[in-house]
Design a protein around this ligand. Sequence first.
Ligand SMILES: Nc1ncnc2c1ncn2[C@@H]1O[C@H](COP(=O)(O)OP(=O)(O)OP(=O)(O)O)[C@@H](O)[C@H]1O
Ligand SMILES: [Mg+2]
Length: 326
Amino acid sequence: MGDWEGVRLHVVTGKGGTGKTTVAAALALALAAGRRQVLLVEVEERQGLAQLFDVPPLPYEDRKLAVARGGGDVYGLAVDSREAMYEYLDMYYRLGRAGRALDRFGVVEFATTVAPGMRDVLLTGKTYEATRRQRPDGTPVYDAVVLDAPPTGRIVRFLSVNTAVRSLARIGPINRHAAAITALLCSPETAVHTVTLLEEMPVQETADTVADLQRAHIPAGAVVVNQVRRPHLGSRDLAAARRGPLDHESVGNGLRAAGMPASAGMVNELLEEAAAHAERVALETHQRAAVAALQRPTYELPQLPDGVDLAGLYELGDSLTAQGAA
Ligand SMILES: Nc1ncnc2c1ncn2[C@@H]1O[C@H](COP(=O)(O)OP(=O)(O)OP(=O)(O)O)[C@@H](O)[C@H]1O
Ligand SMILES: [Mg+2]
């Protein structure tokens, strides 16, 4: 049993470049373990999932991406706002393929690019549909949906867009659909996880996002501290390296004992590196305390030395499982 039993929609946000796509994929693998079916959805129209799983570009339909530990499946879906617009026109106006004809008048172009709010309506609508999709016998197609979501700066507006839709369309099917999406996003079936690094800006954005989500009545989930590096020095050496340079002679002796060249210049460079490293570790300790103060379930993921490949994703997924995330 993981920390998120009962959650059907996992939204993964974070400052740009912190590892949203990577963490969303690792979480999907963790959630799918033990014969579960999980859909990983991307909405940024960059084919990030195809790149990450090293498969051809994803079409606008679910494709199997990977098999999880114990036989579950992770599917991927790249939501394309243009295709989602055709679906939308068909759903509300019964336009069918005729919706595509609107392209000629620039309607679809306008709705998906010029009116950014409309784009978010389409993307959240498609995510909702995937979360609620059922088999003929009424059971859900997916045990969980993981959304590789927009970054922290845009996430609350993105998830709140249907509230605005309801104030524009006060009755009728568009209102009802927007109400259903809002109900899901504001329910315990949703959790918005934030990915951060142990650096000031992403941690600050994480704190702001957790507060903004609470104000919008959208459930904040975990904080995932990504790309954590282990300190190269023990705590006593780190403290000494912050107070002043480490001992030149003993570092030189250490190098020579290891059969390494130990010129004075080389030793000086190492001492500078040690001081910078100690400074960084101290800053990270400070940021870790700021994360703890948010009082959210928190998971740490290591920085993989060779970057993220499929084996690395499984490793990160296993780490999430071991920490209770799934
Ligand atoms: N735990 C990790 N160990 C090593 N490299 C990582 C780790 N997590 C992410 N990366 C690398 O960091 C980079 C950014 O990761 P990713 O693409 O997942 O971030 P993102 O938040 O989705 O970025 P964007 O904001 O551009 O969508 C990638 O090169 C990825 O391989
Ligand atoms: Mg990404």
